[in-house]
Design a protein around this ligand. Structure first.
Ligand code: SF4
Length: 740
């Protein structure tokens, strides 16, 4: 009904855009008529999805037209939000920033964005905070979803982002999914895997997870493991590979170095947590000796996986006739040892030499449409700069030169990562926070603590968004944002592909792009010279300036003209060609001598790490006997603030629920639809039970999706994080389950 009412009488014109939602980055064709987006189809020319979409993609344009779109700025007066003009709201934001800096110093103001920022949004954010104000108080919600992937890449290869691409799927025979419910989270890529299995026949999909999902049902083999057991499984696979002589010795001797990191590294639960990793050289023999603790028979209890299954997994990696892809996302990254599990998956691929060639590769997927483009490449994190890090003098000098600011203006020391930033707000070290394109009052772990921080006296919170959310509820100023194709921009997807989209629609009311909001406030703060661009051409001008950071065979980016013309381009873009596989001289022109060259590391050698099993900070006990795992569902994007405005998606999954294993449910006398209270040491929530419906946790575990803004599951989660990446663990804490 809703779709039919949108069908226009006149002709429809079609324009290309990447999807607004997940990190797969499907190419869409948007149907436009009478000044409205009225239809969507998959772009058959897009190499990402070849014409296919998932249910969110097909309904994506309907998320522009929710009845409660924010169209006017609102400011808090005497406790009530009242409408004002955009000019006045922007003046107020700039005045409040100036006042806070004058009173408490430049490190008392902060900007918190997201992997849903466009690349120009992120670039301007970085220039404003680091080049203008001179603070590193810039973070993005990608810290909560893929920071461990970044630190995993950097520690193993010295450079960020996957070496392979989606075309690997068309060559691999084995897909090992590490805690990755791809059928729901990356559905178009999962379809590509299943298509390959159907067409080629010699394809196996192994789902390695802590719960049975739609992915497990479609997989050839589902192997369930105990939470945190993945660390021991990966080490046990390496043990088997070595014991059976499956190590690709030539590859390892030529291209790898063995390293020992620090152990017992803590969980970041202290307010001001300090950590420094180390990387000692060790020999292959010492690495082999470390693995003696991970004989498959010895880790069955720890992992919940039989030695037979671990040996089977090892044999897939060890078979020289098989091409193997490992794929993972939040299951590995949202982990108190997130960096370590990333390193361990790389260890397996490096030992067997199954890396960076068509069909062989470890592939870390992202969740948000521009987590790679905006956060990892532009560098909208406290320690980063566009294509560099603040701690590196050369990188600071390059930023200072391009931005034409004194190099001393860019602080060399990283400031707060996301969890610390909210702790600093709690303490009063931060007094002003501007939040754009994200919803931390739904997504922060241990939510009640950080919500209370935002509500404290003398904290000023600005929120830019497209719909009211729990985060806009605590705002002092709400700025209405232009959404997706209501403005021009670029996103960068999981396979290093940058995709441009033009402005196709007028934003409603006074809504303004996040890029232009930042520029307007920057100019009001006195940084006119940093933002000399015109409103008509600023995206092109920003892209041209930004690509000055990315030069050469290792990092080159396509020009604005190429991006406008193509359905996305993979970087490094060298001599008019994209690079599909990095570090392999057959495909990557940056490799010395045409062979493998992990050029991010000294001597071009990747690092194989000793990373032991360590228990999580909180495990079930007598008082809280269940594991709690949280995540997403196919129909809803992120916190649901957009997809819940699409009636058909809302009707499909109208509210959150708790999934229980049937055996646990029987013991507790709980049936589907019964009200269940979940209690952790940090909070409690009542929600309906779902037993044996779309997915099933293992015994002793419950799963709750986080898209429902009325049932905030993060009141229960723990704010422990990986000490290396600083990414919190949303996949395991202890809860009690009570029938209401
Ligand atoms: Fe959009 Fe992701 Fe679905 Fe593709 S798989 S249509 S990018 S939500």
């Amino acid at each position: 009904e809703e779709q039919n009412s949108n069908v226009p009488d006149g002709p429809i014109s079609w324009k290309k855009s990447p999807c607004r939602f997940c990190g797969v980055g499907c190419g869409l064709l948007i149907g436009l008529a009478n000044g409205k987006a009225v239809a969507v189809k998959g772009d058959p020319k897009s190499p990402v999805n070849k014409g296919l979409c998932c249910v969110k993609g097909y309904h994506s344009v309907m998320s522009l037209y929710g009845e409660d779109r924010l169209t006017k700025p609102l400011v808090r007066k005497n406790g009530r939000m009242v409408e004002t003009s955009m000019e006045e709201a922007l003046d107020l934001v700039a005045d409040k920033m100036k006042e806070t800096i004058a009173k408490y110093g430049k490190d008392s103001v902060s900007l918190y964005g997201s992997g849903q920022w466009t690349i120009p949004d992120g670039y301007v954010a970085s220039k404003l905070m680091k080049g203008g104000i001179g603070t590193n108080n810039l973070e993005a919600n990608a810290r909560l979803c893929m920071a461990s992937a970044v630190t995993g890449f950097i520690s193993s290869f010295g450079m960020d982002e996957p070496m392979g691409c989606y075309d690997d799927i068309d060559h691999a025979n084995v897909f090992v999914l590490w805690g990755n419910n791809m059928a729901e989270m990356h559905p178009v890529l999962f379809s590509r895997i299943l298509d390959n299995r159907l067409k080629r026949g010699n394809v196996k999909v192994i789902d390695l997870a802590t719960r049975t999902t739609r992915t497990s049902v479609a997989a050839d083999r589902s192997i369930l493991f105990k939470p945190q057991g993945d660390l021991a499984i990966a080490n046990a696979i390496c043990y088997e590979i070595i014991q059976n002589g499956w190590v690709n010795r030539k590859f390892v001797e030529s291209h790898c170095t063995f390293k020992q990191g620090k152990s017992n590294i803590g969980y970041g639960l202290e307010d001001k947590f300090k950590f420094k990793d180390e990387a000692k050289n060790i020999s292959f023999e010492e690495f082999k000796h470390f693995l003696n603790d991970y004989k498959p028979e010895n880790v069955e209890d720890l992992t919940g996986v039989s030695a037979k299954d671990i040996k089977y997994l090892a044999s897939l990696f060890g078979d020289p006739n098989k091409k193997v892809m490992s794929l993972w996302c939040m299951g590995a990254n949202q982990h108190t040892r997130g960096t370590w599990i990333n390193n361990l998956i790389y260890n397996i691929h490096l030992l067997t030499g199954k890396i960076s060639e068509p069909g062989n590769g470890p592939f870390s997927l992202t969740g948000q449409p521009s987590a790679c483009g905006t956060v990892r490449e532009v560098g909208t994190l406290t320690h980063k700069l566009p294509h560099g890090v603040v701690a590196n003098e050369k990188d600071r000098k390059m930023a200072a030169e391009i931005w034409q600011v004194p190099v001393e203006n860019i602080p060399a020391k990283p400031s707060y990562h996301t969890v610390e930033m909210f702790r600093a707000l709690d303490r009063g070290d931060i007094r002003f926070m501007w939040i754009q394109v994200t919803n931390p009052l739904v997504t922060m772990p241990k939510l009640n603590r950080y919500k209370a921080a935002t509500e404290k006296e003398d904290r000023f919170i600005v929120v830019s968004d497209v719909y009211p959310t729990p985060t806009t509820e605590i705002a002092d100023v709400i700025l209405p944002s232009a959404m997706w194709i209501e403005r021009e921009g670029m996103y960068g997807n999981s396979e290093r592909r940058t995709q441009h989209f033009e402005q196709m629609l007028e934003p409603p009311g006074e809504a303004m792009s996040d890029t232009w909001q930042l520029i307007e406030v920057g100019r009001r703060l006195g940084y006119e010279k940093l933002f000399p661009w015109s409103q008509e051409t600023h995206i092109e001008e920003i892209w041209k300036e930004y690509t000055r950071f990315h030069k050469g065979k290792k990092h080159g980016m396509a020009s604005y003209e190429v991006l406008k013309d193509q359905p996305g381009v993979q970087w490094p873009f060298v001599d008019g060609k994209e690079t599909k596989w990095r570090f392999n001289g057959k495909y990557d022109p940056a490799c010395k001598d045409g062979g493998f060259d992990f050029y991010g590391k000294p001597e071009g050698k990747a690092w194989i790490w000793v990373r032991p099993y360590e228990a999580p900070p909180e495990s079930p006990d007598n008082d809280f006997p269940f594991w709690l795992n949280t995540g997403r569902v196919l129909e809803h994007w992120h916190t649901g603030s957009m997809t819940r405005r699409v009636p058909v998606l809302h009707r499909a999954v109208p509210h959150s629920y708790v999934e229980l294993n049937p055996d646990d449910a029987t013991k507790l006398n709980i049936r589907t639809g019964d009200k269940v209270k979940l209690v952790s040491r940090r909070g409690e929530i009542v929600l309906p039970a779902s037993v044996n419906q779309r997915a099933q946790p293992t015994r002793g575990q419950v799963f709750v999706p986080f898209f429902d803004e009325a049932l905030l599951i993060n009141q229960l989660t723990l704010d422990a994080f990986c000490p290396i990446s600083k990414q919190p663990d949303y996949k395991k804490c202890a809860v009690r389950v009570e029938k209401v």
